[in-house]
Design a protein around this ligand. Structure first.
Ligand SMILES: C[S@@+](CC[C@H](N)C(=O)[O-])C[C@H]1O[C@@H](n2cnc3c(N)ncnc32)[C@H](O)[C@@H]1O
Length: 350
């Protein structure tokens, strides 16, 4: 990279929040949609102002920043059209889920990233609520914020469930423990997938309450799902014996390496030697697309500044190292295909 290009890149970083807020504001005010609707001829500032009820001044400052950031570009007659980047901001579901998660959950809290690193605590969490970790408040976040968090979480896990079900049910389990089962999506999917299986959801009280509400009216499955309020970080909590499968989806990334080891040891303590533990994660070293790796390393900083202050998205090699230390053997590694970014590690007791 030439020095002038590097200086330009450095400036993009220095002004990065301006670009982010411009993209967000243009989506929210319908300006990007309006530009896109004009197709190849593009739209003038005056047209956009009229169509979106935003002042010409407002449209102009946003569109000029968006042009510099290559979200829109000018046609020969001076109108604005959306670029491919603009198109993805507007229409790509994953981009939108990431953008709204960043805006609603992370943006204010990231201001405290330095303090979080220095103090080893999620100092940005105070922008959302008065909790020790975000998990104490997930299901009681205010409406729009709750939607953004759950859209983000579910977008990634939901896309993997079909493939994951095939892997987990290959040995016909009769009881699954879903640890960190959240609002019950996996429990619902697996009890619908198999008419005989029973599932117990382990999670914090606030999520268990939400899961009970979700599942309570589902006549065909509700009798096969149990709920267990459990804080996996509490040294006195136990995971009882009795499961054929211990399922942890996007769960262990919520903890530090020593905490993951302690959780695995807790599971190992009472599990039968024939049972299997499945860990489904988006590992940073198992991604096919640079956008995915970029999203994951960014998500680590959400854990640092907002969620809990001490966890991250892990590489599969780091996870396998902890798994081994906790007395498990990784007997298989399933790479999910299609729209999924996940890997499932299949473990048994050593
Ligand atoms: C990122 S979500 C994953 C949810 C779900 N398994 C999925 O795949 O979408 C992590 C879940 O772990 C739960 N959790 C976090 N800390 C916990 C703890 N100390 N004990 C029990 N559950 C916890 C959260 O409440 C949340 O439901």
């Amino acid at each position: 990279m030439k020095a002038l290009e590097a200086l330009y890149e450095a400036h993009k970083i220095a002004f990065n929040p301006f670009v982010f807020e411009t993209a967000y504001t243009m989506l929210e005010l319908g300006i990007l949609e309006a530009i896109h609707n004009h197709k190849r001829e593009g739209a003038s500032i005056e047209e956009l102002a009229k169509e979106t009820n935003v002042s010409e001044y407002g449209v102009r400052v946003l569109v000029e920043m968006a042009e510099a950031a290559e979200i829109v570009e000018k046609t020969e007659n001076g109108n604005y059209v959306a670029t491919k980047v603009g198109y993805f901001l507007l229409r790509d579901e994953m981009t939108r889920v990431n953008l709204y998660f960043t805006h609603d959950i992370c943006y204010n809290g990231l201001f405290y990233l330095k303090d979080s690193i220095v103090n080893g605590k999620p100092e940005g969490l105070k922008t959302l609520g008065d909790w020790k970790t975000i998990y104490e408040g997930l299901s009681i976040l205010p409406g729009r914020l709750k939607k953004s968090w759950f859209d983000f979480d579910h977008f990634y896990s939901d896309n993997s469930f079909d493939d994951a079900l095939k892997i987990i049910f290959k040995d016909s389990p009769s009881r699954i423990y879903d640890i960190g089962g959240n609002t019950g999506k996996w429990a619902i999917a697996s009890t619908k997938h198999n008419k005989d299986v029973n599932v117990t959801i382990f999670d914090l009280p606030v999520q268990i309450r939400a899961a009970k509400e979700n599942i309570g009216t589902m006549q065909e499955i509700k009798d096969r799902i149990d709920f267990q309020e459990t804080d996996m970080l509490d040294a006195t909590s136990e995971i009882p014996a009795g499961a054929d499968v211990y399922w942890m989806s996007q769960f262990l990334d919520c903890f530090s390496e020593p905490e993951i080891e302690a959780i695995l040891l807790k599971i190992r303590k009472n599990m039968s030697p024939d049972a299997r533990v499945y860990i489904m994660e988006t590992f940073i070293d198992n991604q096919r697309f640079p956008a995915a790796t970029y999203s994951l390393v960014a998500t680590s900083l959400y854990f640092t500044a907002i969620a809990n202050g001490n966890s991250k998205m892990y590489s599969s090699s780091a996870m396998k190292y902890i798994v081994d230390k906790a007395g498990f053997e990784c007997v298989d590694e399933h790479h999910l295909h299609g729209d999924s970014f996940h890997t499932i590690l299949e473990l048994k007791r050593k």
